[in-house]
Design a protein around this ligand. Structure first.
Ligand code: HPA
Ligand code: ZN
Length: 334
């Protein structure tokens, strides 16, 4: 049994496995420019974030109906459960679907078909976080928040993703203010490819409560000190960082140094269908390659629940933390 954990950085569109992509393409009469799943997997060699995003947006063409989104989310939740995920806070990218003529209601209600039954079917509690695409305009983000209004009872928070460099957090001040006024929680990708200043700006201007990635904070000691002092969680994604070349190899990943610095780190899978592993695959990789001790792995699992948006269900958080504390590692783990 894998270590119980929460997954806090997971793009549902990034869980689209090649087999499901081809099945949905056939169901919807969508032509994919790849001969088969093998040929598609061959395309999973990325130079950087943008080269991944190009494929990520291209494959979304197969997602058209509520049932497609339900099938996508249900497949993820089944895999996540098998990897010890007990709670998942799931990103989705509505602008990428609205632009293709797929309505907000189709996306949210489709995802909800799976999320609403997730506890009963998979034993995984869930939250939904709606992301704005930072390479789209601030006006488009505001229109997206407006389009989501009928569905806000299903949405816990807002996030910011897609191409980072050249799209600083300040561009989205207004929509984050509006989201806060609606009672939504706030997170943002920052410091993945962008500079540490974007992390500072996400905190100061957008009021984020968690930073997604945040890797490059390590270049700014004063920022690290602030993140430690204020207990700001970082949602790290080690296998993603290797595949998108934020680090040269997993052995070069700064996670051990970040933990030593006292940062509240969590380990997540980002876009697992593309990056070679789900939540526990990321835990196993950092455990073996970075030589993290069992205590460190348990700390990462505890952090995931401490950093999760479970303020409306503290009893559940306490139960999950007790599960982590009671967990007994098998002989195969370092
Ligand atoms: N970074 C930014 N945008 C994204 C990512 C990511 O890792 N995955 C999906 N959209
Ligand atoms: Zn991400």
């Amino acid at each position: 049994m894998p270590l119980p954990k929460a997954e806090l950085h997971l793009h549902i569109e990034g869980t689209l496995e090649p087999e499901l992509a081809f099945a949905l393409a056939a169901r919807n009469g969508v032509e994919l420019p790849y001969a088969d799943t093998e040929a598609l997997r061959e395309a999973y060699r990325f130079e950087d974030l943008q080269s991944f995003l190009n494929l990520y947006y291209e494959l979304m063409a197969v997602l058209r109906t509520e049932q497609d989104f339900a099938d996508l989310a249900d497949a993820y939740l089944a895999r996540a459960a098998a990897q010890g995920v007990r709670h998942a806070e799931i990103f989705f990218d509505p602008q990428a679907h609205l632009a293709r003529g797929v309505a907000m209601g189709t996306v949210v209600e489709g995802l909800w078909r799976a999320l609403g039954r997730s506890e009963e079917r998979h034993g995984v509690s869930t939250r939904l976080i709606m992301c704005f695409l930072r390479d789209e305009s601030a006006e488009s983000a505001l229109a997206t928040l407006e389009a989501a209004r009928p569905y806000l009872d299903r949405i816990t928070g807002v996030g910011l993703d897609s191409a980072e460099v050249g799209h600083p957090p300040v561009k989205f001040r207004e929509v984050y203010d509006a989201a806060a006024a609606l009672g939504l929680r706030r997170v943002a990708h920052a410091g993945e490819e962008g500079p540490p200043e974007y992390v500072t700006e996400a905190l100061d201007v957008l009021g984020v409560e968690r930073v997604d990635h945040g890797l490059r904070c390590m270049e700014d000691p004063a920022l690290v000190e602030r993140l430690v002092r204020d207990r700001v969680p970082l949602t790290l994604c080690p296998l993603s960082n290797v595949r998108l070349r934020a680090v040269d190899t997993l052995a070069d990943h700064p996670l051990p140094a970040m933990l030593d610095a006292g940062l509240l780190c969590t380990v997540n899978s980002d876009d697992p269908a593309y990056f070679g592993g789900y939540a526990d695959d990321n835990f196993a990789a950092v455990g073996t390659v970075l030589g993290l001790s069992r205590d460190r792995l348990r700390e990462l699992a505890r952090n995931s629940f401490l950093a999760s948006f479970l303020e409306d269900d503290e009893d559940r958080r306490a139960r999950y933390l007790a599960e982590v504390d009671a967990y007994e590692f098998g002989d195969t783990v370092a």
